[in-house]
Design a protein around this ligand. Structure first.
Ligand SMILES: [Zn+2]
Length: 206
């Protein structure tokens, strides 16, 4: 290669390396939840569910106690959220040739914040902060009808619904076993809590 050809290549390589950035990524999973609408009734109900879930997860891990899911009143754009709405906000779904009113849903979201430092000739640093949070939705009519029932199994179903949507929030799909929390129907009397908690732990360790 001749000298005259080498110069532009060197200049190009220099520019390229100056434009490249060191990338640092941090992942933050957000398990602080706000409830909407913020009413005494909703706050109480989800405090009960959170306590029960935290206790069961701690038992599964062999730990004494744990405050993993927490309710908070300080809402930031990054908190996870629970929405309780009436029937009109939920579409009808078809399962096994029958139409049902949807009772809830859950999903996991990622929001990325990208920060860049330095200039063209300084080597730049790019910091990516990924915030993962959950959005859970509940149909208030079913949730409260079940939770306030005199029948123990019906009351249990309200908590199972909570676990089920939390499961979707943790990226779990439906499971074919009727006793599984992630079965598409939640009316089985004996839900297998340990196998559900094992999947929660797996999700947390991702
Ligand atoms: Zn489901």
């Amino acid at each position: 290669m001749q000298q005259s050809q080498l110069k532009p290549i060197l200049a190009f390589t220099f520019l390229l390396s100056a434009c490249q950035a060191d990338v640092y990524t941090t992942d933050i999973k957000e398990y602080y939840f706000t409830v909407e609408p913020r009413s005494e009734q909703n706050t109480q109900l989800f405090s009960v569910f959170f306590r029960k879930f935290n206790r069961q997860l701690a038992q599964h891990l062999g730990a004494r106690q744990m405050r993993f899911l927490q309710l908070t009143t300080s809402k930031t754009s990054d908190t996870s959220s629970i929405y309780v709405g009436d029937k009109s906000q939920y579409r009808r779904v078809e399962l096994d040739g029958q139409e049902y009113q949807s009772v809830g849903k859950g999903r996991w979201e990622r929001k990325s914040h990208i920060y860049s430092y330095g200039g063209l000739l300084l080597r730049r640093q790019k910091i990516i902060k990924n915030i993962y949070r959950m959005k859970l939705y509940f149909n208030s009519e079913y949730l409260y009808e079940w939770h306030n029932s005199n029948d123990y199994l019906t009351r249990q179903r309200a908590y199972t619904l909570f676990l089920h949507e939390l499961g979707h929030g943790m990226l779990m799909q439906h499971h074919p076993d009727p006793d599984d929390v992630m079965y598409y129907r939640i009316d089985s009397a004996r839900k297998d809590i340990p196998s559900f908690m094992a999947r929660v732990v797996k999700f947390l360790q991702r």
